[in-house]
Design a protein around this ligand. Structure first.
Ligand code: ZN
Length: 516
């Protein structure tokens, strides 16, 4: 009945939401309530959500209308892989856009999600030189660390993660086009974008041309200090690619213009990234793409920072917290809850206490769901409450959505005490639906490898013995539960709890772990 895989005990029941919660929303069942049924997402002919998003370009909340009905094209900037990811990266390049995508997919849109990897950059070259390793080796290692961190926090795999170095041809073609359009000029082996030739330059970030600082070193042939680099002529010992302007490598901004175009075409729906990218990166991406005659992004979305002591978390400031360091304190699902619970357009000021509070809040939600599963049977992904949906439609109002979730938690707990199983069931099913939209469904198989059941590593004699003893007790408990002898089942749970073993039940079986 209960299959054992390492320290994770799980049954074989299929979750109603299907793997990774990719659902299709059916027509509205009754006013304000969407019915969810499992299956692959597909294009639908009705507006399943009335999503409104804050658009940085217009500085207004706008109704989201995709270019192609039923489809959404999303490009957002990933990480410059100069080091392992910190929790700021995970928020700005991972979770915020994962929640957006899940919400759009819930609505029935087919989402194409592109997140780039900047795998060549001055900082990568410097760090690799210092460490005495190949620049591409350092970049690849950090890219793997990012992928692992996204996965650990249950971010859905994106459609593609293009690397800058894999798109040199497309980058050269775009630069060529800009030179032909008199928006760019070659000088001393470099190529620069002439910002004064581009009407509307500065509009996205709301800056005046004379006050801008591109944050790059003065190039020899630069005609105007406000111009920025499209192609850098190679210095001795640096990696380079052949180009019409001599050997060199691309500037940072042109990479994203070229890669967005490669996968999403001349015009696409949403361009996202962290707030720090508005200038110069996104301003310059927009200028290059518009300068080349492309429509480019229709909505610009920016997520705020994670700060520590008021400073943006960044490698250069040395105030970063690696995902690994944080997940030694709390479980990955609790870290995700912490990062999700603040609106994406608000800064998260990191503090250990806030993290612990978030972990405890999530624990209360999870405990209720497990107790509900104990008492009233498997918790399903139920109907999504209309006020939760309204909060999400309002510029992804997750904090307001979580308030709805906590209302259900209170109702459910009260009903549990009052012995009203139908109310417990309704609350638990609705809660699971809300959690699934946020990527926080505790029974999502995406969490399995990193759930509270930390795998014990190579099985030692002691861990094998422990596993045998606990498995035996859990089997007895399962028999008691099947016979509705809850007193006996609870006694076994208490016995395990006294030994520091936590047991969690769900439709996919019982999971045990050693309490922290
Ligand atoms: Zn970018």
């Amino acid at each position: 009945m209960v299959a054992n895989s390492g320290a994770v005990l799980r049954g074989s029941m299929q979750l109603p939401g299907g793997h990774h919660g990719r659902w299709t929303a059916g027509p509205t069942g009754r006013a304000g309530v969407r019915r969810v049924r499992p299956g692959r997402c597909r294009a639908v002919a009705f507006p399943a959500v009335a999503l409104h998003l804050y658009d940085t370009a217009t500085r207004a909340v706008r109704t989201f209308e995709p270019l192609i009905a039923g489809e959404v094209s999303l490009y957002h900037c990933g990480v410059t892989v100069q080091g392992p990811p910190h929790i700021g990266h995970l928020r700005g390049a991972g979770i915020v856009y994962d929640v957006l995508r899940r919400w759009l997919e819930y609505a029935g849109y087919r989402v194409t999600q592109v997140r780039n990897v900047t795998d060549i950059d001055d900082r990568i070259l410097i760090k690799a030189r210092e460490a005495g390793e190949h620049w591409w080796e350092l970049a690849a290692r950090n890219e793997r660390a990012c992928a692992e961190a996204y996965r650990a926090l249950n971010c859905l795999p994106v459609s593609i993660e293009p690397r800058a170095t894999g798109h040199i041809t497309q980058i050269i073609e775009l630069i060529d086009r800009l030179i032909d359009a008199d928006r760019a000029y070659a000088a001393s082996g470099d190529v620069y974008f002439a910002v004064r030739e581009q009407p509307g330059y500065g509009a996205l970030s709301g800056q005046k041309l004379d006050e801008m600082n591109q944050g790059e070193s003065e190039g020899q042939g630069k005609k105007d200090p406000a111009d920025f680099t499209l192609w850098k002529g190679a210095k001795p010992g640096e990696p380079s690619w052949d180009s019409p302007w001599g050997p060199g490598r691309p500037g940072w901004h042109i990479e994203c213009s070229a890669m967005a175009r490669s996968y999403l075409g001349d015009e696409f729906d949403i361009h996202g990234g962290g707030l720090d990218l508005v200038f110069p990166h996104h301003e310059n991406e927009a200028a290059q793409s518009h300068g080349a005659g492309l429509q480019f992004a229709r909505y610009w979305m920016h997520s705020f920072w994670v700060t520590m002591a008021g400073e943006k978390m960044s490698k250069s400031l040395g105030n970063t917290l690696s995902v690994q360091a944080v997940t030694e304190k709390v479980r990955p699902i609790e870290l995700r809850y912490y990062l999700v619970s603040v609106h994406y357009r608000s800064t998260i000021e990191y503090s250990p206490k806030a993290l612990e509070d978030a972990a405890r809040a999530f624990d209360r939600i999870e405990s209720f769901l497990h107790r509900a599963a104990d008492r009233v049977g498997p918790v399903q992904i139920g109907e999504l409450p209309a006020d939760f949906a309204a909060a999400m439609d309002d510029d992804l109002g997750v904090p307001r959505g979580l308030a709805v979730l906590h209302d259900h938690l209170r109702t459910g707990n009260t009903a549990m005490d009052a012995g009203r199983p139908e109310v417990v069931k309704a609350a638990a099913d609705a809660m699971r639906a809300m959690l699934a939209v946020l990527g926080l469904d505790p029974w999502d198989p995406g969490w399995a490898p990193t759930a509270r059941t930390t795998p014990s590593g190579p099985a030692s004699g002691a861990s094998r013995a422990l596993e045998t003893l606990i498995s035996g007790l859990l089997e007895k408990r399962q028999i008691a539960r099947s016979a509705k002898d809850f007193a006996a089942a609870d006694a076994i749970r208490d016995q395990l709890s006294a030994a520091g073993i936590v047991v969690e039940d769900g439709p996919s079986g019982s999971i045990w772990s050693i309490e922290r």
